[in-house]
Design a protein around this ligand. Structure first.
Ligand SMILES: Nc1nc2c(ncn2[C@@H]2O[C@H](COP(=O)(O)OP(=O)(O)OP(=O)(O)O)[C@@H](O)[C@H]2O)c(=O)[nH]1
Ligand SMILES: [Mg+2]
Length: 354
């Protein structure tokens, strides 16, 4: 066990130092708000570390432990772990004033990360301030949402707007391509669909069915050269929607094949779809992989299934990407909302399913 005191101007900074020096597993033992000519906070944190292997050659091994000893030890470790987890999940907020603590728990209940919750609490005077602060933090979305709702030819540099949807398997890319296509048709746009074939069984079938239902031309392509040809062919279309098939982003080959597409220099707008019902750690990890691609916008699917939506805030705050839209169900057409900042904030602050 290593124990260390950290001093900083506020809890956010102190907590950042704890994390930096002792890592994510550090637990907060105590925290104090020291008032005076030079006010500061002091956090005492500790981290457990692995016991080094015994290097002494005179070392004589103890008699082997019995199965019941091992089981007892395992139980002991499990209960210690649980206690550490409880301690880790409490502590940093304990020295906040009562109103601050109330706000902190309010934010934590919505799955907003502790470090972001602390920074919001530091800026808020009362719980009523949180809405405006959150809205400010995700303000980049507003610009886009205002423009997105009806204007498909946002990038006037090009003849058509080429939108490619990427994201984890089953997140709702094909369904959302169909929703976007019907929305564009409704807005009087000429649309074509492109499916990137990765030889996944059934993947192409689904986009084929949607294309047929909506009477839209569809090209299935398997590499960047074919994509170039398709885009040229559909030069008269206002909107081209490219559906990709989700694969494990840890698979380098997959990311490489997507990078090939960008290397063509085609004016592709990339929307990364993430399921709002995934847990925050998964979303952050996923973003790390897809973030190596030129992601322009994030869109959150399955908001209807999510119980807490604080992870939308966590992600927007960390990666500062605008949110293009959210999807709210399986229905095609429909179940897609080009929401503004205010609505997105309300969603983040909501608890319970829609
Ligand atoms: N509840 C809910 N379900 C959705 C939503 N969007 C898509 N789905 C469902 O999620 C499932 C997967 O959707 P797809 O569109 O096939 O997902 P995908 O990302 O194309 O999947 P892959 O091509 O396999 O990577 C389907 O059952 C959809 O109906 C949504 O907003 N809410
Ligand atoms: Mg699909």
């Amino acid at each position: 066990m290593r124990i260390k005191k950290f001093q900083a101007r506020n809890f956010t900074e102190a907590l950042a130092s704890v994390k930096k020096e002792l890592g994510e597993d550090a637990i907060i033992i105590s925290s104090e708000d020291r008032k005076g000519a030079r006010s500061y906070v002091e956090i005492t944190a500790a981290v457990d570390y692995d016991i080094e292997p015994h290097g002494n050659s005179n070392y004589s091994p103890a008699p082997p432990a019995s199965n019941s000893d091992i089981a007892e030890l395992k139980n002991e470790i499990r209960s210690l772990r649980e206690n550490i987890e409880i301690m880790r999940n409490s502590g940093c907020e304990l020295t906040l004033p009562a109103e601050g603590r109330k706000m902190f728990y309010f934010l934590r209940e919505r799955s907003i990360k502790d470090e972001y919750a602390l920074s919001l609490v530091e800026r808020a005077r009362a719980i009523e301030d949180l809405e405006a602060l959150i809205s400010d933090d995700i303000s980049s979305a507003r610009l886009f949402n205002a423009a997105y709702s009806g204007i498909w030819n946002l990038s006037s540099r090009y003849n058509n707007r080429i939108i490619m949807l990427i994201g984890p398997t089953g997140v709702g890319k094909t369904t959302t391509v169909a929703k976007l296509a019907s929305r564009a048709i409704k807005d009087g746009k000429k649309v074509a669909l492109i499916g990137v074939d990765t030889f996944k069984i059934g993947a192409i079938e689904q986009i084929r069915i949607y294309a047929k239902m909506m009477g839209l031309p569809l090209d299935i392509i398997s590499d960047s050269q074919e994509l170039k040809k398709s885009i040229k062919k559909y030069n008269d279309r206002d909107v081209l929607l490219i559906d990709t098939t989700g694969q494990n982003p840890k698979d380098d080959e997959y990311i490489r094949s997507l990078k090939d597409i960008y290397r063509t220099g085609l004016p592709i707008e990339t929307q990364l779809l993430l399921s709002a019902s995934s847990d925050c750690d998964f979303l952050m990890e996923t973003y790390k992989h897809y973030g190596t691609l030129p992601v322009d916008y994030i869109a959150f699917t399955k908001t209807d299934e999510a119980v807490r939506l604080g992870s939308i805030y966590n992600l927007c705050r960390k990666y500062k990407k605008p949110v293009a839209y959210i999807t709210t169900g399986q229905k095609v057409p429909g179940n897609i909302e080009f929401i503004d900042n205010q609505k997105l904030t309300n969603l983040i602050l909501r608890t319970g399913s829609a």
